[in-house]
Write a protein that binds this ligand. Structure first.
Ligand code: HEM
Length: 145
């Protein structure tokens, strides 16, 4: 990803994160709407998960320009998620829910160009997750929007 796209993703994520846990609430709403069976995976405190997800996404977006930092964190996260029973193809729902959340929260500021930048970032994330934890498993990894 080039520096301009990385900056676009980071700036827009900061804006959304500044709106507090509302972003994470909307995300989970969209995520479960895409696949209601995902809800059963979360038997813990959803508010706690919403906070953790925002922190993790903040770290991931801030590390897009630093591949070593990015990869080491994503590898650990991906491995833990295999333990939670997450399948590779479920990350498609994650990506689509994320794009819908950004669109709902940023409105007209979520331009097609910004959407493309987020698709790039998500592709980078899913590629790393696949290599770290699902190597050899074939599944589509592209968010359709
Ligand atoms: C299909 C996609 C995903 C599913 C189904 C999923 C599901 C889960 C589940 C079941 C847990 C453990 C239960 C809980 O803490 O309540 C969890 C924890 C967590 N998830 Fe996800 N997750 C997904 C993607 C992601 C992504 C892409 C990120 C970050 C960029 C993320 C960040 C976290 C964090 C930070 C935790 C807390 C525990 C830990 O760090 O291992 N998740 N997730």
């Amino acid at each position: 990803m080039d520096a301009h796209r990385i900056a676009q993703v980071q700036d827009s994520f900061e804006k959304v994160a500044a709106m507090g846990t509302r972003a994470a609430e909307i995300f989970h709403e969209e995520f479960f709407a895409l696949d209601p069976s995902l809800r059963a995976m979360f038997n813990g405190d959803m508010a706690d998960h919403q906070r953790k997800l925002l922190v993790a996404l903040s770290f991931v977006t801030r590390s897009l320009h630093a591949p070593d930092k990015f990869l080491s964190e994503v590898e650990k996260l991906a491995t833990r998620h295999v333990g939670y029973g997450v399948r590779m193809e479920q990350y498609n729902h994650f990506g689509n829910a994320l794009l819908r959340t950004l669109k709902r929260m940023l409105g007209p500021e979520f331009t097609p160009e910004l959407c493309d930048a987020w698709r790039d970032a998500f592709r980078m994330l899913t590629r790393s997750i696949k290599e770290a934890a699902y190597e050899g498993v074939s599944a589509p990894t592209q968010a359709a929007g």
